[in-house]
Design a binder for this molecule. Structure first.
Ligand code: GLU
Length: 426
C-alpha cells in the first residue's frame, strides 16, 4: 500500500464540479490510504459517450443537440443515474454527477455503479413533440449503452416520468419486447414504483430529522428554508412542514419567497401546478436568491443545483444544518468555512440518496414483476436512509472529519473493497 497518489497539477478550480468532487475524494482517499492504481481507477470514468441528436423542430427546421452518457463506475453492479436536460449541460458536469452516483449507491449499499446522462437543451423552450423526439433519438443513439442489467437511467433536472416513459418505449421497440427495468422513475402504469416521485424529498426529511435529533432540535421549534421548488425542493418542504417544522423561505427561478409566520406549502405547490412557477405567489414576501440562502433559519435545504453555497456566501449562512437536496450545491472551498462555523452539512450523496434507493426498489419490482405497497416502499427507504446516516455519523466521528468526508470514506471503501474481491480481469 502506498499513499503517493497525489497528482501534480494546477490549483483546482472550485467551480468545476468534477474538480470539486475530486477534492473531497482526495481527502477520503488519504484517510483510506488508497493504493495509487486503485485511486486512478476509481477517479476515472469507465466510459464516456457523446452523441449528436438531429431533430426536425415544429417549424420544420433541423436543429442539432448534443447528448452525453458517462458511466463512472460499474464495479458494484449495473450503472445507475439520471438524465438531465438543461442549457448548460457539459461533459465535466456529467462526469461529476456520474461519480456522485457511484458514491451515492455505494453509501446506501444499493448494488449499482454510477452513471449520468445529459442533453444540452432548454426544455422550457421546447414543445412536447420536440422533447419526445429528442428523448427517442437520444435513446436510439444510446442503445448499446443502456440495458436493464447494464446501465439504467432515471429522471433528473428537466426530465420527468413522461421522459422516462418515452425512453422505455423506444428501448423496448428496438429490443422487440417490453423492457420496463431499463429505466426507473417511470409512470406507475408502465412499471413505476409507488413512492418514487416523493423518494428524494422523503430521504432528505429522514436524514434531516436524524441530524436535528443529534443536536436536540425539536421539529416544532425548527425553521426551514428550501432553495428550489422542483420535485426535490417542494416535497422536502412539504414533508418537513408535515413533521411540524415551520418553512419560512422557498424559491425557484423566479426568486425567493419569505414569510416569517410560515409558508403554506400546499398553496405554493398548487400555485406551481397552475402557473408552472412560483411567480406571483402571494403567500410570502419576495426576496432575492442570495437573501434566501442567508435567511435566519435552523435548517437550510439547497435543492436547486450545483455551486450555490460558495466561499463568497458560506460565511453568511445562518442555518445550523444544511441538508443537500441537490447534487453538489456546496463548492469544495465552502466546506472548510462551514465546518469552522460549526454548521452541520448532510452531504448530497447521503441527503438526496432516497431517489436512487427507491429507483433500486422500482428496478427490483420490475424484474420480479410484483409490486409493493407504498407503506413497504417507505419503510424500507427509511430503514436504509437511517442506517446510512448512522454509518456516516460514526465514520465521521471516528476519523474526526465532516459528515461529507465521512460519507466519501464509507462509499469509496465499499467500492475499493469490492474491487479487491472481484480482482482485475486481464
Ligand atoms: N437523478 C437522481 C439522483 O441524482 C436519481 C438517480 C436514479 O434514481 O437513478 O440521484
Amino acid at each position: 500500500m502506498t499513499t503517493e497518489y497525489k497528482e501534480p497539477g494546477p490549483v483546482l478550480d472550485q467551480d468545476n464540479p468534477f474538480e470539486s468532487m475530486m477534492q473531497r475524494f482526495d481527502k477520503a482517499a488519504e484517510i483510506l490510504q488508497l493504493e495509487k492504481g486503485v485511486y486512478e481507477y476509481l477517479k476515472t470514468p469507465v466510459k464516456q459517450v457523446t452523441v449528436s441528436i438531429p431533430i426536425q423542430m415544429d417549424n420544420g427546421q433541423v436543429e442539432l443537440f448534443e447528448g452525453h452518457r458517462v458511466i463512472h463506475n460499474d464495479i458494484l453492479g449495473p450503472s445507475k443515474g439520471g438524465i438531465r436536460y438543461a442549457p448548460d449541460v457539459n461533459i465535466d458536469e456529467v462526469k461529476a454527477l456520474a461519480a456522485w452516483m457511484t458514491w451515492k449507491c455505494a453509501l446506501l449499499s444499493v448494488p449499482f455503479g454510477g452513471a449520468k446522462g445529459g442533453v444540452k437543451c432548454d426544455p422550457t423552450k421546447l414543445t412536447q413533440v420536440e422533447l419526445e423526439k429528442i428523448t427517442r433519438r437520444y435513446t436510439a443513439n444510446m442503445m448499446d449503452v443502456f440495458g436493464d442489467d447494464k446501465d439504467i437511467p432515471a429522471p433528473d433536472m428537466g426530465t420527468n416520468e413522461q421522459t422516462m416513459a418515452w425512453l422505455m418505449d423506444t428501448y423496448s421497440m428496438h429490443m422487440r419486447k417490453t423492457v420496463s427495468g431499463v429505466v426507473t422513475g417511470k409512470p406507475l402504469l408502465i412499471g413505476g414504483s409507488l413512492g418514487r416521485r416523493e423518494a428524494t424529498g422523503r430521504g432528505v426529511m429522514i436524514v434531516t430529522l436524524g441530524a436535528m435529533e443529534k443536536l436536540g432540535m425539536k421539529p416544532k421549534e425548527t425553521t426551514v428554508v428550501v432553495q428550489g421548488f422542483g420535485n426535490v425542493g417542494s416535497i422536502s418542504a412539504q414533508l418537513m412542514k408535515m413533521q411540524g417544522c415551520k418553512v419560512v423561505g422557498i424559491s425557484d427561478v423566479t426568486g425567493g419567497y419569505f414569510n416569517k409566520r410560515g409558508i403554506d406549502i400546499e398553496k405554493a405547490i398548487d400555485h406551481v401546478s397552475k402557473n408552472k412557477t412560483l411567480g406571483g405567489f402571494d403567500g410570502a414576501d419576495k426576496i432575492t436568491q442570495s437573501e434566501l440562502l442567508e435567511l435566519e433559519c435552523d435548517v437550510l435545504i439547497p435543492a436547486a443545483k450545483e455551486d450555490q453555497i460558495t466561499q463568497k456566501n458560506a460565511g453568511k449562512i445562518k442555518a445550523k444544518i444544511i441538508s443537500e437536496g441537490a447534487n453538489g450545491p456546496t463548492t469544495a472551498k465552502a466546506d472548510p468555512i462551514l465546518n469552522d462555523r460549526g454548521i452541520i452539512v448532510i452531504p448530497d450523496i447521503l441527503a438526496n440518496a432516497g431517489g436512487v434507493t427507491v429507483s433500486y426498489f422500482e428496478w427490483v419490482q420490475d424484474r420480479v414483476g410484483y409490486f409493493w405497497s407504498l407503506d413497504r416502499v417507505n419503510r424500507r427507504l427509511e430503514r436504509m436512509m437511517k442506517a446510512s446516516f448512522d454509518n456516516v455519523y460514526e465514520t465521521a466521528a471516528k476519523h474526526k472529519v465532516s459528515l461529507r468526508i465521512g460519507a466519501y470514506v464509507v462509499a469509496i471503501d465499499r467500492v475499493a473493497r469490492t474491487l479487491k474481491i472481484r480482482g482485475i480481469y486481464a
